[in-house]
Design a protein around this ligand. Structure first.
Ligand SMILES: Nc1ncnc2c1ncn2[C@@H]1O[C@H](COP(=O)(O)OP(=O)(O)O)[C@@H](O)[C@H]1O
Ligand SMILES: N[C@@H](CCC(=O)OP(=O)(O)O)C(=O)O
Length: 375
């Protein structure tokens, strides 16, 4: 199937020259390709672009090594304007209007903000406008940082319900080891499962300009493939790389989507921050993990945290192990009331679901190991 909605993430190394300044030539080639996708191949494209820090440092003439976080943020604030100015000019020449979206992790985790981001990007896409996304570096501190634009790219792909995420970088795919330090390294054309061996192979650092190297690309690939989205890591230097990948040509490394996951379920697993926790009894654990049932009032033993109906909460087994996550149909207060009414003997078996099966992800059952989930 040809992908019609594509997130293209481009790394700093693919946008800058050797001195770390924005390379007009590299950006022009990128704009040419996105214009072909959008105008001739009827694709809707979302561009996740790094390069703000690199562009800012280049403009200010600040040296890259030993730079402090506020200096980096200041550089990003200078560079983001330059980056957008350049994109705006290049895409206007090709008849495309661009829009800027600056996001943080907490924007994506928050239910209301998530919906606003989705509605805004949907409106832009339907009007043929190209959303250009970057991390909002000014406001990000450790706990709300994506930390790298590869992860941001994968979450943007989830939010916009893209079919394909293309990570453009300075190397033509994932290798068995970092080829810059290991001449025997071989390119891996297809990945069906992200194994610990693969993660070890991708452990090395990135380029001078970039952050994270292949490690962050693997993390992004995991999030996207668990949402049913294919991911391709490819070289930005390859001619017509975007069109060729969109048409299904085998270039770089393709991480194949896991067909077991729907976007909605994966969104639950990777996106929202839980606002509370529901502890359930052993019978309910079995109903959820073995029989794929919904969570009903009789299985609940305790409720922790304050939340409104519709909030995302964790589901924990009696010993406290978090087994899943879901959108809850009642506030914490109403749930407490229902538990009390049940304890006084009221039969609540047919009361409607506390967490419906379709609004729930059970980690082990859906194949997502517990360890990958942030608490
Ligand atoms: N196993 C590997 N296969 C390919 N590249 C690797 C591997 N391990 C580390 N790398 C490094 O990752 C770099 C790309 O990551 P990075 O510099 O962060 O790019 P970007 O700025 O595009 O995000 C490559 O230049 C390469 O040196
Ligand atoms: N927000 C930062 C992006 C940081 C980042 O992830 O860079 P890269 O590894 O080059 O994709 C910037 O615009 O410079």
């Amino acid at each position: 199937m040809k992908a019609k909605r594509i997130v293209v993430k481009v790394g700093s190394s693919s946008l800058t020259d050797e001195q770390g300044r924005l390379s007009e030539e590299k950006m022009r080639q990128l704009a040419d390709q996105i214009a072909v996708l959008q105008l001739e191949q009827e694709c809707r494209v979302i561009l996740v672009s790094s390069g703000a820090v690199a562009a800012g440092l280049g403009k200010l003439g600040w040296p890259r090594p030993n730079i402090t976080m506020p200096e980096k943020q200041a550089a990003a604030a200078v560079g983001q304007g330059l980056l957008l100015e350049q994109y705006q000019k290049l895409f206007a020449q090709r008849g495309i209007t661009v829009a800027q979206l600056l996001l943080t992790r907490s924007d994506i985790e928050d239910r209301k903000r998530f919906i606003h981001i989705r509605n805004t990007s949907e409106t832009l896409l339907r009007n043929g406008i190209l959303p250009i996304v970057n991390e909002n570096d000014t406001v990000t501190v450790e706990e709300i940082r994506f930390g790298d634009n590869d992860t941001l790219g994968s979450l943007v792909a989830l939010v916009t319900e893209a079919e394909l995420l293309i990570l453009l970088t300075d190397i033509d795919g994932l290798y068995t080891a970092n080829p810059k330090s290991n001449p025997d390294a071989r390119r891996i054309p297809d990945v069906w499962e992200i194994t610990p061996e693969l993660e070890a192979a991708a452990g090395g650092n990135g380029s001078v300009m970039g952050t994270g190297g292949m490690r962050t690309k693997l993390m992004a690939a995991r999030i996207a493939t668990e949402s049913g989205i294919d991911v391709v890591v490819a070289s930005s230097r390859e001619p017509e790389v975007l069109q060729r990948i969109a048409e299904g040509e085998s270039l770089g490394t393709r991480f194949h989507a896991n067909p077991r996951f729907s976007g909605k379920k994966s969104w639950l697993a990777h996106g929202p921050r839980p606002e509370g926790r529901i502890i359930i009894d052993q019978g309910a654990v079995r109903a959820l993990t073995e029989r794929a049932g919904s969570l009903l009032v009789p299985g609940i033993t305790a409720v922790e945290g304050e939340f409104q109906e519709g909030a995302i909460v964790e589901i924990a087994a009696p010993a406290g192990q978090v087994i899943g996550k879901g959108a809850v149909s009642f506030s914490d207060r109403d749930l407490q009331l229902l538990i009390e009414r049940r304890q006084t003997g009221e039969r609540l078996r047919h009361y409607h679901e506390v967490i419906h099966r379709d609004a729930m992800v059970i980690y082990s059952r859906e194949g997502i190991p517990y360890a990958q989930h942030r608490k």
